[in-house]
Design a protein around this ligand. Structure first.
Ligand code: AMO
Length: 434
């Protein structure tokens, strides 16, 4: 008998194995007791018929506090009463770690535990297979991303997270003391990924932390998230970037559907793979769609959470989960985005997934003079961006890129309720620990 487990399976004789794990549950039914032992792969039942087990072993095993960590050596018997089709009759055991009582929260109890309690005791929360499955999927997602990027000829880079100037506006900068000088936590790799476009390292991506001093307490904002950024040169227009993102997302969705079968079954979820290309809406079209649905916004207004959600509902009625919104007013978009000359619009896009923005990007202004002009128009102090602007002075190809919030994408893909569900140890307005 061979049981596939993480812990080494030691056969000490025919039909005798060692299993290691957490004591999930103990049921004492008089003449017989059952222990459910759990590891990463699932659970196994240890059956203790009182008369057939050494009394000391019986006493020690059946009085263990739940969640203690043990190794049990026992004889394997087939059983039609258990999911695995077998049970273990123990011969000996070793206690590695005795769990304290009471537990801060249950692992298998069918009670609803508040999000705060869960996050305060995340190490316990993660013992639940349906919680762990989210992070197994996240891990696969990053693995697939790396594969897709290598396949498309991108190099992976790492840019500084301790920076002198922010790229995404002053309001969400975390300031810190850097040997007596002010410094900030990077909001995004924006400035650095663009600087790299002047080097010949012209298809790059980064998967790394991004920090935003978000004062909004919502189910989609956190102060630290994983940003998947890409930047590529020699583009003809922003649609080259949009095509690249579609290719990457399509691979991820298809890949996860295949690789993540077990985890998706645990979660009771299915991943749908929308056909590429995704539909493209202009910002102005969105305003008209919203107005028709009773939400009046003015040209130049932010679509806002409610607007995005409503567009999501309207698109979902047409069977679209993923869709682009492009040609935003240039006033709405950051300085690095290229203006659509002679119009109030810009070469920028958002990718929305079921009513929520998961990515934004666009074609960048690569012409030095125009870039400086645009920065000044936005009231920026160009001197403090000298290191960035230098890279545009001596030969910069046309380029563009994107940032995708990994957790936002995961939330929409798995229909989770809160971005905190997709982060092991989330950071937000009120949470800095654990
Ligand atoms: P933007 O600021 O739109 O663009 O961010 C890109 C994506 O990052 C995610 N995101 C967040 N996720 C969780 N919590 C937050 N507080 C948060 N803020 C942003 C979203 C968003 O779509 N430099 C540009 C990208 C580019 O043009 O290349 C940028 O950072 O999913």
């Amino acid at each position: 008998m061979n049981i596939c487990r993480d812990s080494e399976t030691i056969s000490t004789g025919d039909g005798v194995v060692e299993v290691k794990g957490w004591v999930q549950d103990i049921r004492n039914l008089g003449g017989i007791s059952f222990i459910v032992l759990r590891d990463r792969h699932g659970t196994i039942q240890i059956t203790l018929p009182k008369k057939k087990i050494d009394p000391e072993l019986f006493e020690k095993l059946t009085t263990l506090p739940r969640e203690s960590v043990v190794s049990v050596v026992g004889e394997v018997k087939s059983s039609d009463q258990t999911e695995l089709g077998l049970e273990l009759i123990p011969l000996s055991f070793e206690l590695y770690s005795k769990a304290d009582v009471p537990l801060p929260m249950g692992v298998v109890d069918k009670v609803n535990v508040e999000m705060d309690t869960r996050l305060n005791n995340r190490f316990m929360d993660l013992r639940k297979p349906e919680i762990r499955a989210i992070f197994e999927i996240k891990s696969m997602m990053l693995e697939l991303l790396n594969e897709a990027m290598a396949n498309n000829g991108f190099s992976q880079v790492s840019t500084p997270k301790l920076v002198e100037s922010g790229a995404e506006g002053g309001a969400t900068l975390f300031e810190l003391d850097y040997f007596g000088k002010p410094a900030y936590l990077a909001q995004s790799p924006q400035l650095y990924k663009q600087m790299l476009m002047s080097t010949g390292l012209d298809r790059i991506y980064e998967i790394g932390p991004a920090f935003r001093a978000e004062r909004s307490n919502t189910n989609r904002h956190v102060t630290e998230f994983i940003s998947f950024d890409g930047e590529m040169s020699w583009i003809s227009s922003q649609s080259d970037i949009m095509k690249m993102i579609e290719n990457i997302i399509d691979r991820i969705l298809k890949g996860l559907k295949e690789k993540g079968k077990k985890q998706l079954a645990i979660l009771g979820k299915e991943i749908s793979v929308p056909p590429v290309p995704y539909p493209v809406l202009t910002y102005s079209e969105c305003l008209r769609m919203l107005e028709k649905a009773g939400m009046k916004l003015n040209e130049g207004d932010d679509l806002g959470t409610e607007g995005e959600k409503l567009i999501g509902d309207l698109m979902s009625e047409k069977g679209h989960e993923l869709y682009w919104i492009h040609e935003y007013p240039e006033v709405e978009k950051p300085f690095y985005i290229m203006e659509k000359e002679g119009t109030p619009y810009s070469f920028s896009f958002d990718l929305d997934y079921k009513g929520q923005e998961i990515s934004s990007g666009g074609q960048r202004e690569h012409r030095y003079d125009k870039l400086v002009e645009r920065m000044k128009k936005k009231g920026m102090d160009t001197e403090s961006f000298g290191f960035y602007l230098d890279a545009f002075k001596y030969g910069m190809p046309p380029h563009g890129g994107w940032g995708i919030g990994i957790e936002r994408m995961l939330v929409k893909m798995l229909d989770l309720q809160n971005i905190r569900e997709a982060i092991l140890f989330p950071r937000d307005l009120s949470r800095l620990s654990p």
